[in-house]
Design a protein around this ligand. Structure first.
Ligand SMILES: Cc1cc2nc3c(=O)[nH]c(=O)nc-3n(C[C@H](O)[C@H](O)[C@H](O)COP(=O)(O)OP(=O)(O)OC[C@H]3O[C@@H](n4cnc5c(N)ncnc54)[C@H](O)[C@@H]3O)c2cc1C
Length: 411
């Protein structure tokens, strides 16, 4: 037999899964409803993603080496990446997604420009050794028609990589999760103003721009991406918060022309069930965005790659159909590798994004070189490098001192 796998969604998650499966010779179908999709996203990626996912230099618009953090009382802290060759990559999602999708297709994945609207699940229980196929019902847009032609496809395994509003997750009753709402505008700046953001990103914290997260100005090829995020309970306030970020950065952003304006849900905690039967969720569909930093691109691509590698291994390169238990090995590996990262970022969000006083403390802490090194090492390389005991003690004392002083500084 040859294993047939459908991957629904071709963001960073879906395309990396499809690439790994296709390379192993597995019959892979990659569904994408909108081939020119430009997901509203800051598009910041860690340095390690460039090498790990073999991204060519033209995918990265800007190599950011300087970060400015701005506190609620407008205290600014400049952070510079000092090691040669280190940077945060700034991408436009239509470019990144397009590249990763095309590469998966070149490696042998069957790319289908189609919207999956129903997943039919075999009625015989998985536990009885059932290997009946899953049926995907989709609208094929390959003729350029938005409505599309109704078609079906039968497969042995499904990977749901269809983002935070995943239909695949709904079909398998994966459960809901608490997510954040983010809003971003692309603002074109005059050349001299763009020069200021050459390799600089800004991060604003404060109740006026986000009650529980942060706002950003990220430089891209010919514009800046200006956005903010907040938890679902504050959804109604998102436009007012966005006005807050346009205010502080207004001096530099000026009256730049806004040429995109969209919001999108962003997953924040994982789904209660990420593998059900022979269906696995990856990326935002599974809920892999981290708290505190809101980072999701790398984790989407990585979770999908780990899922696909598990499928390749347990299907013996596509010669048998893996079971639910086999697929759950991916979750065990994922949780083992990144469980601690998610916990630490959750604690950071709870401690530092609680009030303007704690945000003042957060920005003050970021002025410390050891804190900067620790933070950037974990972000850029996705490894938690333990600091030596002296540095750890110093950081703990600084945290307490900053939290106490934050109350005095907060507006
Ligand atoms: C405003 C904002 C800013 C962000 N900034 C950053 C940042 O700077 N850095 C970072 O790391 N993360 C950021 N994130 C998070 C990041 O965007 C996500 O974590 C990431 O896109 C997840 O990738 P994914 O492949 O899982 O899902 P997605 O990127 O959402 O991809 C899902 C794909 O599936 C397709 N699809 C959906 N349903 C169907 C269907 N039924 N049939 C066929 N195709 C379908 C969609 O068209 C899409 O292409 C941000 C998020 C938001 C909302």
């Amino acid at each position: 037999m040859t294993l047939r796998v459908a991957v629904v969604g071709s963001g960073p998650a879906g395309s990396s899964a499809a690439e790994t499966l296709a390379k192993a010779g597995i019959e892979t179908y990659l569904f994408e409803r909108k081939l020119d999709n430009a997901k509203p996203c800051g598009g910041a990626i860690p340095l390690c993603m460039v090498s790990e996912f073999d991204l060519p230099p033209e995918i990265v618009d800007r190599q950011v080496r300087n970060m400015k953090m701005i506190s609620p009382s407008n205290i600014e802290v400049d952070i510079n990446l000092e090691k040669p060759g280190e940077y945060i990559g700034m991408c436009r999602r239509e470019v990144l997604d397009g590249f990763m999708r095309d590469r998966a297709a070149k490696l042998g994945a069957n790319l289908i420009n189609g919207t999956v609207h129903k997943l039919e699940i075999p009625t015989v229980p998985e536990k009885s050794g059932n290997t009946a196929p899953y049926t995907l019902h989709y609208a094929d847009h390959s003729d350029g028609n938005k409505v599309g032609t109704q078609k079906t496809l039968q497969v042995d395994l499904v990977i749901g990589a269809d983002g935070a509003n995943s239909r695949v997750a709904k079909a398998i009753k994966a459960g809901d999760y608490n997510y954040a709402i983010a809003f971003q505008e692309r603002i074109r700046l005059p050349e001299d103003k763009m020069e200021y953001y050459q390799n600089l990103a800004e991060m604003y914290v404060g109740n006026d721009v986000s009650p529980d997260f942060y706002a950003w100005v990220f430089p891209k090829y010919d514009h800046v991406a200006v956005g903010t995020g907040t938890m679902r309970v504050n959804q109604a306030k998102i436009k007012q918060l966005q006005a807050g970020i346009r205010g502080p950065c207004g001096q530099t952003v000026g009256r730049g022309r806004n040429h995109q304006n969209r919001s999108a849900p962003d997953s924040r905690t994982s789904r209660p069930r990420r593998v059900v039967g022979r269906v696995a969720l990856v990326g935002d569909a599974a809920g892999t965005v981290t708290k505190s930093s809101g980072e999701g691109i790398y984790f989407a691509a990585k979770s999908a790659r780990m899922c696909a590698e598990t499928i390749v291994e347990y299907s013996q390169n596509g010669s048998r159909i893996p079971t639910e238990e086999d697929l759950k090995v991916y979750l065990k590996r994922w949780d083992k590798k990144y469980g601690i990262t998610y916990k630490v970022l959750d604690i950071l969000q709870t401690v530092f994004y609680r009030s303007d006083a704690t945000r003042e403390a957060f920005v003050e802490m970021c002025a410390d070189k050891d804190v900067q090194r620790l933070t950037f090492d974990s972000y850029l390389y996705k490894t938690v490098v333990p600091a030596n005991p002296f540095v750890q003690m110093k950081i703990t004392a600084k945290t307490i001192g900053s939290l106490l002083r934050g109350n005095a500084l907060a507006p």
